[in-house]
Design a protein around this ligand. Sequence first.
Ligand code: FE2
Length: 332
Amino acid sequence: MGRIRRQGTRDIQGVVLTMLNQEQINFFKSNGYLLVPGAMALTQCRKVRELMWQAMPKGSAMQVDDLVSQIGPFKSEDEALDARHLRVGYRWLNRFLGVSPEVISLIYSESICAMAQQLLGGQLRQAVANGLPMGSYGNAWPGGPTDPATGNEGARGVYCTLPYGNKAKEPDQCHTDGHPFQLGVVGLIDDCPQDGGGFKVWPGSHNKLYPTFALRYDQPRIPYYEHLPGYKGIVHSPEYLHEVDKLNSDVTPVECWGEAGDIVFWHHRLAHMAGHNYTNSMRQAVLADFWTTNLDQFRTTPAQGDMWRDWSEQVQLSSTDYSDELAALQRL
Ligand SMILES: [Fe+2]
C-alpha cells in the first residue's frame, strides 16, 4: 500500500497543511469515509501515548515496556469501570484525555479543522480544553453505552484495543452511532497494522442507511424500564435493521489500518465498528466528532430529502467521480 502523496507546506511539526482536493471530496461524498495519511504530528502522537501510560495506576500488571502484559483481556486487578477511564476486557478508553489540551490540539488541529470545515461548511463547534469529558454523566441508559454527546466538551477520548491473544475470531458486525453529530474522525496515534484493531467502515453505507432514519441526526430513544426490558433505550426501524443485515452479509468493510498520524473522516450515518485486534500490538487512536453550530437547528428538520443539504457548498456541488488510483489508496 503506497502512501497518498499530498503537496503543500508543512508546519513546524511536519504536518502537511494542504486542504482536501476535489477528488478526495468526491470520494468522501460517494463512500462516506476518507483516509488522510500523515494528518497528525508524530511528536504530539507520542506525547498522547505517554499520557495514556501515565494515567495507568502505579503497579499495574500492564506495563508500557512489556508487550506480553498488554495482551487482553485486562487482568482483574487492572480493570476500572469508570466510563471516563474504562479498562475492561480488551478495551482501554481514556475519555479524561479527550479534553486534555494535548489531545484537543492534536485532533482539532488547525489543519484537521480546516479539512472538516471544507466538508461541513458553517461554523465548527469549538472543543473546550479541560472541559467535561465524555462519560461524565454515566451511560445513556442503564447498561447502555456511554453517550458521546452528553457532557462532552472535547473529543471522545483515546480508545485502545488490546491484542486478542487466543480469543476466538469473531465476525464483523456494523452499527451506526445514535447521538447527534455530523462528521467523525479517528486518528491513529501509533502504528496499526492490518488486523490490528483499526476502525472498520462499510463503504457507501451512509447512502443506504440515511433513508431508514426517522430523525435527521438523532436516534429515537424511549425510556428504559428494568421491568419492561423489551426496548433498551434505542429503537431501530425495520428498514434500518434490514439494511444493516444486508451490509453485514453483502459488503466487505474497509479497514483503516495505517501509521501513527493517519486519520479517517467518516459520515455520521456510515456503518462502522471497532476492529478486532489479532496482532501483538495495541491499537491506539483518538476518536472525535465534528459538528457545526447549526446542528441544533438542523436536527429539527425533516429526516429525508437531500442528505447533503446541511454540508458545505463544495460538497453539495461535488460529483461522485474519482480515479481508480484514489480508490486503491482508499482500499476500496
Ligand atoms: Fe460507533
